[in-house]
Ligand binder design. Sequence first.
Ligand SMILES: [Zn+2]
Length: 470
Amino acid sequence: MLSRPRPSIGESTSLSRTARGFATLMLAAAVAVSSSVSAFAQGVPVVRDAEIEALVRDYARPIFKAAGLANDGIDIVLVNDQSFNAFVTGRRLFINTGALVTAETPNEIIGVIAHEAGHIAGGHQQKLRDQLDRAKTMAIIATLLGAGAMVAGATTNSRGLAGAGMGVAAGGGEMAQRSILAYQRTEEITADRSAITYLNATGQSGMGMLKTFGRFQSALSLAGTQVDPYRISHPMPQERIANLEVLVKQSPFVNVVDPPALQQRHDMMRIKIAAYMQGQAAVARLMRKNPASLASRYGDAQQTYLFGNPGAALTKTAALIKEQPKNPYFQELRGDILMKANKPKDAADAYAKAVSLDPARSGLLLVSLGQALMAVGTPDSIQKAVTQLNNGVARERENADAYRFLAQAYGELGDIPAADLATAEGHYYAGDYKNAKIFAMRAQQKLKRGEPRWVRAQDIVNYTPSNKLK
Ligand SMILES: [Zn+2]
């Protein structure tokens, strides 16, 4: 299920304070920004989905390893935006759903990730990237994402593309803009070369990257009403594309295509984004090419779930499960449909299967399982919900939604200090520090001084922006 985390970005009053704080840091990093950064940032719609996050992580992992950037996991941040954008900070990869749905092959996205990894490995715009990497909560990520887009806007402005709809800071910051441009040119060439190195090291073609960049370079896209942020932040003069083409075609892997199984996952991802974010016409467009493919039937099942009736959606999903019994996301869809059909017990079984089949160990599936168990409503199932939700936050420390459900479950079991602490955690990771402290102190009143939960509550009480919890 594609879902938007709650509390939604922009709701919390403390977020705007955080946003202004980071806008200041951005200025310190010699980036031209306008005073509207915080307002801009609050509109950034982050979405979560176990399947898409796992796929993009699979695209990124070998590239990050080749670039010497892989230590442990890679955080994937999906942005619900139809324009094309992607950037990497440390081990966090931001990518627009628009980029994923546009790319016809995994290789096109992998190429962009390789180029971005080249920027990271080259230490490009290090100060900016350091700030981004320090961001721990979704709220702050969103803020910084807005600031990142403003960097793109600054570049637009000085390239005479002002009025492209980027909310560009008019005037001011000319020096900063010029210096960004000056070093950007060499950085782009360096990142292209690094990207080819990583693609070669992983036995992959650079054709996808070439295709994507070529598309940005073409005059056609200039005429469009929507200008992709990625294109603006990565200048693509003809000469750069020509040089890249030489490098790509020199590679012994130029003709390597994505493995069929990966292409299938990519097709399924595209149709899912279309179904949840774009509507029925977009799904129909993607299905037209091959209506009988697994991806098309997946899209059809999702549409039937979203716009049709649960019974028909269940039948279609059962056929998908029969074809790929080990696909965790077919089980997840089945769980979503059963929840909609008000059959939480069966939904819990489906989600439990999804969890057991998920090699990516997503916390999201555990949260869905926890919700279904809570909906069953017996003391036993609520106790199980607590266990699964705690497993979920163990995998995803910053999932504010999970804490909200956990608080509710503890509440129903009558464990009030645990409910208060979970509520405090939820507010904390949503960036609402004021309410986080209120609930942490409330929890402490009923906890034994010095016990682990009391200590954790104390950490939240003690929190100030300069000693942010790890
Ligand atoms: Zn670049």
